[in-house]
Design a protein around this ligand. Structure first.
Ligand code: C5P
Length: 238
């Protein structure tokens, strides 16, 4: 491993994926014979600076996860240290448990959802470049194409938000290691849907880079169908 392999990637993969409606947890669902987890690991292994992986999975899937990790590493022809930890009830708890496995050598931590297997390598590298420039928290964003309205519990529209100021936020979300450890060390940790949300609560500046439409998150059966077509199209070189 190179001396500069100082980036740790945390992969929260402990969600049950109830909206997919399948028997196994979402990260273990397959597309063309590859689980979302192994596809995500293969992508992460393409990033040279990554020297450590921490993966949070449902407690009773730790052994199965090792098989998926092995397969991804054999296919990538790259082996780096991996810690597999038991996730929690919320994503926030899964990331918190993962951070207990951080190593002294990890300067930056990038948290990336197992449910976004097609994230381009350039997005990882852009996050790392911005951290290299001294930014402490960096997230990929893309413009929103729909008009966004807030709606009350009676299904009535309250107002329309100014779309020019709205962005959809993706992963990998990058952090200077100490900043991430500190925001997750708070005792009354409030579950958030992303990690940068905790930095915002702590009053820490969050910077952005351009994300990618290819980093779409697989949540519903329709997303899984889209993911399969997308993978087939890429394999055919289109
Ligand atoms: O549920 P959602 O799609 O937002 O989850 C995003 C990522 O967080 C997924 O990769 C999922 O496996 C992970 N997660 C987790 N622990 C949970 C819930 C979600 O690691 N308790």
């Amino acid at each position: 491993m190179s001396a500069t392999a100082d980036v740790c990637v945390v992969i929260p993969a402990a969600g049950l994926g109830e909206r997919l409606g399948l028997a196994q947890p979402k990260a273990f669902v397959g597309i063309n014979n590859w689980s979302l987890l192994s596809l995500t690991i293969k992508r992460v292994l393409e990033i040279q600076r990554v020297g450590h992986l921490i993966i949070a999975v449902p407690a009773d899937f730790k052994n199965e996860a090792l098989d998926h990790i092995d397969r991804a590493m054999r296919e990538s022809n790259k082996k780096i240290p991996v810690d597999v930890v038991a996730g929690g009830i919320t994503r926030t708890e899964s990331v918190k448990n993962s951070l207990l496995a951080l190593d002294q050598l990890d300067s930056y931590v990038l948290v990336h959802d197992a449910a976004r297997p097609f994230v381009p390598a350039e997005v990882f590298n852009s996050v790392i470049n911005k951290l290299d420039q001294g930014f402490k928290v960096v997230v990929p964003v893309i413009p929103v194409s729909d008009t966004i309205k807030t709606v009350n519990e009676k299904d009535e529209v309250i107002n329309t938000l100014d779309r020019s100021q709205l962005k959809a936020v993706q992963t990998p979300q990058g952090f200077a290691r100490d900043v991430l450890s500190e925001i997750y060390a708070t005792s009354n940790l409030k579950p958030t849907t992303d990690d940068a949300g905790l930095a915002e609560i702590a009053g820490i500046n969050v910077s952005t880079i351009n994300g990618s439409v290819e980093s779409f998150k697989i949540t519903t059966p329709f997303d899984l169908e889209m993911a399969t077509s997308f993978m087939n199209r890429k394999q055919n070189g289109k």
